[in-house]
Write a protein that binds this ligand. Structure first.
Ligand SMILES: NC(=O)c1ccc[n+]([C@@H]2O[C@H](COP(=O)([O-])OP(=O)(O)OC[C@H]3O[C@@H](n4cnc5c(N)ncnc54)[C@H](OP(=O)(O)O)[C@@H]3O)[C@@H](O)[C@H]2O)c1
Ligand SMILES: *[C@@H]1O[C@H](CO)[C@@H](O)[C@H](O)[C@H]1NC(C)=O
Length: 347
């Protein structure tokens, strides 16, 4: 066989790089590059405007005055925008916020702009696993109705911090908090018709593969908040698929809001924000798909477990990115989270 010299050179070069440079970091550079290219095309304001041209304008003309919604992180950004949209259409809104002052301000704004008086504020810090568990149990036992749960609260803390229960802070908030709240509220959602759970994940999850041995970045020598966050956003996508399989009577979705200009982005990613601020979506544009998944009729007919951007189901993996995990690992994730969660539900 006669290989052209350049091909031969590239093969030798590739093998050498492969030997000296771990496969993991080559993969990581590849995934990040593909992710950025995709992001510039689809996740910015221009991507939203392009997609919005084919939106069904009437999809959100609904009255949800007989339904109750629970939205975490409802005082700011995407969560507040979703709470406003629901309140405007008559829904009962349970806002979950960690800060009383910020929560009350947002509640007042929602009430005055929509005239809806069925807005309730609950103070829960989603990083406080015991508090999340206690709140969810109280809610479930109160006999209150719930049709739609929106797991929106999320954070990207850039230093390794631990909660008092001993979990890495981002993990406690984004992954474990989502798991505990949702799993305790599933029995309440099962009593309602057409119930839905929407979890605000992130396109950042494209860069990560589930790693059961490093769920809290415990094996990562130099802690990286962006990677930790992206890992939990991947965990949310997998949790959602598992729930979708287990509870066919409820619709479960994850979604990516795109890149929207909110306090979370300003504070946690100041360099990214400074560079992209003119290209970012508004919080309302970021919230559009959350609102659509909560309110529109179409998602009730869609397959449960999907990951959405701009009202359309998306692939959960970038091409050739090696981010797919085994069915065994995905089931194991649920067992691990359940064991963690169980520690907080003791009588
Ligand atoms: N904006 C984007 O480009 C983008 C992209 C991908 C994914 N997301 C996701 O979108 C979701 C909403 O973020 P956002 O962009 O709208 O930012 P935001 O305006 O800063 O809102 C984040 C909300 O989450 C709340 N929150 C954070 N940690 C909490 C905790 N421990 N307990 C209770 N509430 C907590 C915040 O409360 P405080 O006001 O008290 O901080 C705030 O209400 C997040 O899950 C984020 O990861 C955003
Ligand atoms: C709550 O939010 C207010 C207004 O942003 C801020 O002044 C206050 O320090 C916050 N409280 C806590 C406990 O973080």
């Amino acid at each position: 066989m006669h290989l052209p010299k350049t091909v031969l050179f590239l093969c030798v070069f590739g093998v050498l790089i492969g030997c000296f440079w771990p496969f993991g970091s080559i993969m990581s550079i590849y995934r990040n590059s593909v992710f950025i290219v995709k992001g510039l095309r689809e996740f910015c304001k221009s991507g939203y405007e392009h997609a919005a041209k084919s939106f069904d304008k009437a999809a959100l003309d609904v009255d949800v005055s007989s339904q109750a919604f629970l939205i975490t992180g409802a005082n700011s950004g995407i969560g507040k925008s979703a709470a406003l949209a629901v309140a405007q259409r008559g829904g009962t809104v349970h806002m979950i916020c960690r800060n009383q002052t910020r929560g009350e301000e947002a509640k007042k704004e929602i009430e005055t702009t929509t005239g809806n008086q069925k807005v309730f504020l609950h103070i829960v810090d989603m990083s406080d696993s015991q508090r999340v568990s206690d709140f969810a149990k109280e809610f479930a036992e109160s006999g209150k109705e719930l049709h739609v749960l929106v797991n929106n609260a999320g954070c990207m803390v850039n230093e390794r911090e631990m909660t008092s229960a001993g979990y890495e802070f981002n993990f406690a908030t984004n992954a474990l908090g989502t798991y505990i709240l949702t799993s305790h509220l599933i029995p309440v959602l099962q009593k309602a018709e057409n119930s839905r759970v929407i979890t605000v994940s992130s396109g950042g999850m494209y860069t990560q593969k589930l790693d059961l041995n490093n769920l809290q970045s415990e094996k990562t020598a130099t802690f990286d908040g962006t990677m930790s966050y992206a890992n939990q956003k991947r965990q949310q996508v997998i949790m959602t698929e598992q729930w979708a399989k287990k509870y066919p009577e409820i619709k479960f979705f994850t979604m990516h809001p795109g890149w929207a200009d909110t306090p979370a982005v300003q504070n946690s990613m100041p360099d990214f924000h400074a560079r992209f601020k003119d290209k970012l979506r508004s919080p309302e544009q970021g919230a559009d798909t959350v609102i659509w998944l909560c309110l529109a009729k179409a998602p009730l007919d869609a397959e449960s477990g999907g990951f959405y951007l701009d009202r359309k189901p998306q692939s959960k993996h970038l091409p050739l990115a090696w981010t797919k995990s085994s069915a065994g690992d995905e089931e194991k994730l649920m067992t691990i989270l359940e064991d963690m969660s169980a520690k907080f539900s003791k009588e």
